[in-house]
Design a protein around this ligand. Structure first.
Ligand SMILES: Nc1ncnc2c1ncn2[C@@H]1O[C@H](COP(=O)(O)OP(=O)(O)OP(=O)(O)O)[C@@H](O)[C@H]1O
Ligand SMILES: [Mg+2]
Length: 235
């Protein structure tokens, strides 16, 4: 396994929001982390990247324990994290935003080549590379955030709600980018609230409910599960 999370517990102060969550992602695998609003999806991913500290449990990447390693070390080991709501630097240009993604030495050395690859995936970013990021549409900013993540040459890409607020046409574009990345062998862990959309992209999924793992399984099993319907529709 490339990523292994075991018995993760996370609390904000005295308020515990993640309870005993275990999950894994194999090299080259696409996995969805699903769950209703406030179920702890972002907290789990933020804890994997080190933005939030684990209270208990273990996080391993490529056999190394990550628990005592700070965020920037986790990133240089090959974990890219695209945060919720596409956090790009609004006043920097598209090119500057992308360049900043290649900050660690190994990525810096490959910067020109990786940039070409990102522009091949997102041709529009190449056309507007000199514009400030704030002039881009929501969908373009999401692609920029993703492109910036790729500039760090990750082996695992974690993306928090990449489809949120995107028009159907842009969702389709984004889906084909994820498919292309998966075909290149990149492991992807992404958060999504739409079960059908998520499982059309991921081979497997984990479903959180109130900070606990409710069900995990392959896409075909989850998509027809009455339990999944209950979690998302209530009752
Ligand atoms: N910084 C924080 N301080 C205190 N509580 C927090 C913090 N961030 C999140 N929470 C709480 O932790 C719980 C899980 O939140 P989290 O953002 O991980 O859920 P989520 O599944 O990503 O939700 P959403 O679908 O809304 O993005 C929620 O009850 C939320 O209010
Ligand atoms: Mg969230």
């Amino acid at each position: 396994m490339l990523l292994e999370v075991r018995d993760l517990e996370v609390a904000y102060g005295d308020y515990q929001v993640v309870w005993g969550v275990s999950l894994c992602v194999a090299a080259g695998e696409s996995v969805a982390l699903l769950g209703p609003n406030g179920s702890g999806k972002s907290t789990v991913v933020n804890t994997i990247s080190g933005l939030v500290e684990a209270k208990a449990g273990e996080i391993r990447f490529d056999g190394l324990s990550l628990n005592a390693r700070p965020t920037h070390v986790r990133a240089s080991l090959g974990i890219a994290h695209v945060l919720e709501r596409r956090r790009v630097f609004p006043h920097l240009t598209v090119l500057q935003n992308l360049t900043l993604g290649a900050w660690h030495p190994a990525a810096k050395a490959e910067r020109a080549r990786t940039l070409e690859r990102v522009f091949a995936l997102f041709p529009h970013l190449s056309e507007c590379k000199s514009q400030p990021a704030l002039t881009l549409s929501g969908g373009e900013q999401q692609m920029l955030a993703l492109g910036r993540g790729l500039m760090a040459l990750p082996r695992l890409l974690m993306v928090d709600e990449p489809f949120l607020g995107l028009a159907p046409r842009v969702v389709a574009q984004m889906k084909s980018v994820f498919a292309a990345l998966a075909a290149e062998g990149l492991a992807i862990l992404f958060i999504e609230q739409n079960v059908r959309l998520a499982l059309s992209l991921a081979g497997r999924g984990y479903i959180l409910e109130s900070g606990r793992l409710a069900i995990a399984g392959d896409a075909a099993t989850l998509i027809d599960s009455p339990e999944v319907r209950r979690i998302f529709l209530g009752g």
